[in-house]
Design a protein around this ligand. Structure first.
Ligand code: ADP
Length: 433
């Protein structure tokens, strides 16, 4: 049996029924009465099925519709088919939803699904353990009403979800959580919270360890250096091989001394994450001083160092740290550019952006090395770097200084052409740089 009846078939059937009743009526001599009875019969039949359909739709318990023949049979069959399809789809959707939830529950992180208005739609069990947000109890609440930390409010305000936001857990002050938000589907946001307390403790231990070891190394180094200098300054002439030995010891001790000094600076900068020492720093004056100070470093290399420094540029920050970062860029340019090079130092400001740049025409850096330059102990050419007294810590110090000065380091370099190291500061209207 075909599923559908075409309008032509329906109309033909109706006309045939009327013609038959008309003929019967004609034979009996009551054509009009016969046609009227046939029409009323048709009407009653249709109404009967309409009532059946209404009863089934509103009160029927079974999904199977009433039985009927003809056009009504087809209508019921069509409806039944649709309901079955719908049910199947619903089942598949439920299955997918169940799988998603099982997956999200298996995550070691807290997961929350938010609407674009930041209201909570769903959360896993970990979300309740780590952030104290319960599902379905907290559905419809705004996330910033439940996580009330200034750093999280600022993170939401900035709307830049590329980097994570670290907060203390609202339910356990000993837990540190790293929150990440990302677009999920077309109109939802996924928030993942990871417990990073252990990683932070390890990181703290590492920092303390490096700081302590560096500190402890300082005294023995000073003693060794003192004795070496004493022997070298003594009136009794040393045999040439001893002289050579002592010169080497002095060079190596100086290298180690510089390394220890840089490790201590790095530890200080890494630990100094509080804003206590921030003050207005006259960057223009600071850079001018640095350019003057590095002249003695430039004596052997004889580079042309030009400067273009806009006056009165001020940023909020720690002067000592800023000096160390800018100095590092300039001393690197001097150290890595072959003698008689050209180094340009510039400081400009545009709106709330301040740009400090050190450009040289030195050897340049290969693209594959550029992203690794700020790693601790990374040196492109270890032997050359060793000759320049480099430890591979300078740019790591720069990166950490910039981290808590609301500033970024950009490195532009062409192999064999030269490099430009740029610091971008963003001036905030508030007291922070
Ligand atoms: P280092 O103490 O070895 O100079 P840095 O962290 O300051 O350590 O620099 C890391 C590496 O980056 C250096 O070893 C050097 O290879 C490269 N580098 C830094 N500045 C420059 C520059 N201006 N030109 C070329 N290479 C540079």
């Amino acid at each position: 049996m075909p599923f559908r009846l075409s309008p032509r078939t329906i109309v033909t059937r109706l006309i045939v029924a009327l013609i038959i009743s008309g003929i019967i009526g004609y034979v009996l001599g009551t054509t009009f009465l016969a046609l009227s009875i046939a029409s009323i019969g048709l009407l009653v039949w249709n109404y009967n099925h309409l009532f059946k359909l209404m009863n089934w739709l509103w009160q029927g318990k079974s999904i199977a519709p009433p039985q009927a023949r003809g056009i009504w049979g087809r209508i019921y069959d069509g409806l039944y088919r649709r309901i079955r399809k719908q049910r199947q789809k619903q089942k598949q959707l439920n299955e997918r939803l169940r799988k998603f939830r099982d997956g999200a529950e298996a995550l070691p992180d807290a997961a929350l699904v938010l609407s674009t208005e930041l209201t909570i739609l769903w959360g896993n069990k970990k979300a309740s353990q780590l952030i104290g947000i319960r599902w379905p109890g907290d559905v419809g609440q705004r996330i910033d009403n439940l996580i009330r930390f200034p750093e999280f409010a600022k993170y939401l305000d900035d709307g830049n979800y590329e980097s994570p936001c670290v907060i203390t857990s609202p339910v356990n002050s000993e837990l540190q959580l790293e929150l990440r938000m990302m677009a999920y589907g077309s109109d939802q946001i996924l928030l993942l919270a990871r417990d990073i307390s252990k990683i932070q403790r390890l990181e703290e231990m590492r920092r303390d360890f490096v700081a302590n070891v560096s500190h402890e190394l300082k005294t023995p180094l000073t003693v060794v250096r003192g004795y070496v200098e004493m022997v070298q300054a003594s009136e009794t002439a040393l045999a040439p091989h001893w002289q050579k030995a002592f010169t080497t010891i002095e060079t190596q001790v100086s290298r180690m001394d510089r390394l220890v000094e840089q490790l201590l600076v790095l530890s200080r900068v890494e630990n100094n994450i509080e804003d206590d020492n921030l003050q207005q720093v006259d960057l223009s004056r600071l850079i001018l001083t640095i350019v003057e100070d590095v002249q003695w470093l430039n004596q052997d290399k004889n580079h042309v160092i030009s400067d273009d420094i806009a006056a009165d540029i001020k940023v909020n920050g720690n002067e000592h740290e800023l000096k160390s970062a800018c100095m590092n860029l300039l001393s690197n340019a001097i150290a890595y550019t072959p003698a008689n090079g050209v180094i340009e130092v510039s400081l400009t400001s545009d709106g709330n952006k301040v740009r400090f740049s050190v450009k040289d025409n030195g050897p340049g850096i290969k693209p594959e090395h550029v992203n690794r330059l700020t790693e601790r102990f990374f040196r492109v050419d270890k032997s050359r770097s060793r000759n320049t007294g480099g430890s591979g810590l300078g740019l790591a110090i720069v990166k950490h200084v910039l981290n808590h000065h609301n500033a970024e380091l950009a490195i532009e370099s062409e192999w064999h052409e030269g490099s430009e190291f740029i610091i971008y500061f963003t001036i905030r209207n508030s007291s922070k740089a």
